[in-house]
Design a protein. Structure first.
Length: 352
């Protein structure tokens, strides 16, 4: 029996996952089954495609938040960067300042996002300022500059290259419960998630991000160029946010400087629920994907149940508090174990 116990624990550990992805997947399945039993309209193809569509932009933005969280920071300026890059690009193309197709539009947005992300990265890495304070400040700066110098009016007509893609669907099916369609912009979201997962798991840059989030001083002593890596992280996050802003604008078929900012709570909650530690050094793309889906399923479930939108915000906020609370308790419990292990290892070295 004793020999069988470790094997069982090992299997359970694999199912649970390094960042509790298995637990989150189980919660998501239970929630879907429960909602399907209480509301027959939930378990339909149109509802499933609707949840996936609603998850596209939050997932892209969450990938950037995940990178920052793993490196030991908290970014709240990603939404402002997203709308700044997207709205500026639409204005530039619409007024003939910059003429290009869809790829050129995305290239301009990426440059803008990289520049704004570099501002965050330079302030945080060069002066070692708190990430939350810096990004909270730059959020206001970016939004103020956008409204003051770029524009504040709603744009209903997108440039032709963007307008054509806005009506393109990857899958379109008519069912007995209604029309189900999946937007083509789901493809770049999946590609970005797979690419980031590979970078974090397979490259030295990804391992450096985890190392910095675990212990900055230890990472510096091990030869990692902390300042350069942190700067690169925020530049990439700015570019990811720019892509999210462009896709949001394309799917919404309009451009406005008043969108996205204010919805950061959902994205951060999804990343935390996905197992990313607010203390840094832990997190995965799979967990983030599951976290985004969980938040969207909960929001969709509350809408079908007729719950007011104010209570939807309450539910997401509660999930965020629970997620952070679980992390804090787990970190408190693991500290004594780590201390005991270090003491035992030290005793073994002394007796040897």
């Amino acid at each position: 029996m004793r020999g069988r116990r470790p094997a069982v624990d090992m299997r359970l550990g694999r199912l649970r996952g390094a960042n509790n992805e298995g637990v989150l997947a189980a919660v998501l399945i239970v929630l879907v089954v429960g909602m399907s039993l209480t509301n027959s309209a939930f378990f339909t193809l149109p509802t499933a495609f609707s949840i996936v569509r609603d998850s596209i932009v939050p997932l892209i933005l969450a990938l950037g938040v995940l990178m920052v969280a793993i490196s030991g920071g908290i970014d709240v300026s990603f939404a402002a960067i997203a709308v700044f890059a997207a709205y500026t690009t639409v204005r530039a193309l619409g007024e003939g300042v910059f003429e290009a197709g869809l790829l050129g539009a995305f290239a301009l947005a990426l440059l803008i996002g990289a520049f704004l992300g570099a501002i965050n990265g330079w302030l945080i890495a060069r002066f070692r300022l708190p990430t939350l304070i810096v990004t909270l400040g730059t959020q206001g700066i970016f939004k103020g500059v956008l409204l003051t110098y770029i524009g504040s009016r709603y744009i209903a007509d997108l440039p032709d290259s963007m307008a054509q893609v806005s009506t393109t669907n990857l899958i379109e099916v008519t069912t007995s419960t209604g029309r189900a369609y999946l937007h083509i912009m789901a493809v770049p979201a999946v590609v970005m998630a797979l690419a980031l997962s590979w970078v974090l798991r397979r490259t030295m840059f990804g391992r450096s991000i985890y190392a910095i989030g675990g212990d900055v001083e230890a990472a510096h002593r091990s030869g990692i160029r902390v300042v350069r890596t942190q700067l690169a992280v925020y530049v990439i996050v700015g570019m990811i946010a720019a892509v999210g802003g462009m896709i949001y604008t394309i799917m919404g078929r309009s451009a406005s400087p008043q969108v996205l900012v204010g919805g950061e709570l959902d994205t951060i909650a999804a990343v935390v629920l996905g197992g990313a530690s607010i203390f840094g050094g832990r997190g995965s793309v799979l967990g983030t994907v599951l976290g985004v889906l969980l938040v969207q399923v909960i929001n969709n479930s509350l809408i079908l149940a007729g719950v007011p939108s104010a209570w939807q915000r309450t539910a997401v906020g509660l999930l965020l508090v629970i997620g952070v609370g679980v992390q804090a308790v787990a970190a408190r419990r693991s500290s004594p174990r780590m201390r005991v292990n270090l003491e035992a290892k030290h005793e073994q070295e002394v007796t040897a």
